[in-house]
Design a protein around this ligand. Sequence first.
Ligand code: ADP
Ligand code: ADP
Length: 208
Amino acid sequence: GIGSFLRPPGSGKGTQSPIIKDEYCLCHLATGDMLRAAVAAKTPLGVKAKEAMDKGELVSDDLVVGIIDEAIKKPSCQKGFILDGFPRTVLDEMLTKQGTKIDKVLNFAIDDAILEERITGRWIHPPSGRTYHTKYAPPKVPGIDDVSGEPLIQRKDDTAEVLKSRLEAFHRQTEPVIDYYNKKGVVSQLHAEKPPKEVTSEIQKSLS
Ligand code: ADP
Ligand code: ADP
């Protein structure tokens, strides 16, 4: 089946997704990660997506759908997959046309007020996807990945200012998607403001 994570920036997806990858043999497709990889590789798609990403606006649906189309053809995705951060606009018709249907939506519900501190304190290790936080999940040595000893980075769009646009896009374009799936009765609400372990058990309950 197909699951979808819908959530505002900073609500904890990067922290929770390794657990999903390990526990459920589902292919995990995070559109943000795939887009950042395309930008870094300077592919034609990455070049087109970069401007919107730098501003905290959504990348156009046709570009994102193109990336997903490619990814779900992989043999590892034939059993089912989790779409992480997609759809952010109401795209059900397109999915239906392709013969795909979203079976389960996990809504990482959280108050906007909490997100600025989470986003501005976030440090990541891009090769592994490990995520740290200066206050809530500090690395043993500031700025250094615990496992590899390599440097951590902050994302260019993880500023209070760009977060404002990202949240605006979330409320205007993605919240209607949650309402849409709510009416179909497939949404599980998570309490994303709780500590990471509690959020993990809520995810496990929703997926069991
Ligand atoms: P965030 O935590 O802000 O949601 P992501 O890593 O998921 O961060 O996405 C980073 C940026 O990539 C977004 O601000 C947006 O520009 C773009 N993006 C990611 N996924 C999508 C999508 N499904 N549709 C449109 N744009 C997307
Ligand atoms: P997302 O991928 O949804 O944008 P992240 O998982 O990267 O969010 O989390 C954003 C920041 O908040 C990270 O620095 C992370 O360490 C921290 N964080 C994640 N989940 C929690 C939590 N439940 N409580 C406190 N801090 C958290």
